[in-house]
Design a protein around this ligand. Sequence first.
Ligand code: GUN
Length: 319
Amino acid sequence: MNLSQSPMPDAANLPTTTPDGTTRDRAVLLDGKVVSASIREEIAAEVRELIANGGRAPKLVAILVGNDGASETYVASKIRNCGLVGFDSAVERYDASISEQFLLERISLLNDDPGIDGILVQLPLPKHISVQKVTEAIRPEKDVDGFHPVNVGRMVQNLPCFLPATPYGILLLLQHYGIRTEGLHCVVVGRSNIVGMPASILFSRNAEPGNCTVTLAHSRTRDLAGHCRKADIIVAALGKPRFIKADMVKDGAIVVDVGITRVPAPETKSGFRIVGDVDFEAVAPKCSYISPVPGGVGLMTIIGLLKNTLRAARKEVRF
Ligand code: GUN
């Protein structure tokens, strides 16, 4: 079967032994489409309840600077998902030439607006704007991306905080499938502030999912393939299409693919295709669980964001 041609690829039909020692005759797909729809329904029910009790709908504001095609798509998807669960939302679009000072002042106004619960500034930003300054400008109570150093520090110490949306989404995905991670060896490939670094912290925390022995591998790691081969869980978040090959994965591993790279595909209507960091067709037959791209972690990132925005609206995270 050519897996790449099916809209939601199914993992291949070979026996695998899971990290907990059970055997199954095919890898289970970590299906972000199914899981995100189910969690969206839960969030929508909570919003209805909030409003029935006299509250207002949670509100997210997304700021988009410049015309990056991928960012446009991600923000549109975030806003669409807000609508699906009954949130209010708005996008503020600015030309790539705006000054850093203008953006910081805009964030300050949103911080002070009691009608806005969550603020996100879509990354990447134009080079003349400091990501660090912008990240720190968003008040931690409204930082639904979970990027502010206060939220990152509190995450490290296992204190109430907003978790970064992508690693949070990964945990929700594993949780949905009842995967217990305690005691497993997790290799995270990629050390970005958005995914790899926080994922390494979350998988090592004394929590479930968590309690893993974590290796954080990156561009300077020696014998990356050797580390991956020892992993019970691989989180591939390095942004290199199809980098993780079958000979880097041990039988029965759980593989989570965070990669979302647009590659040219003249045969498609849009002219591009989304490709993950894992060589899915070759790797899937060896796995106990594997997430597809598209249809896996990307959808769960939005769920992480929605859950954070709901918690922000309910003032559930106290600093
Ligand atoms: N760019 C890529 N991923 C993200 C994300 O999760 N949040 C924001 N704000 N920008 C991103």
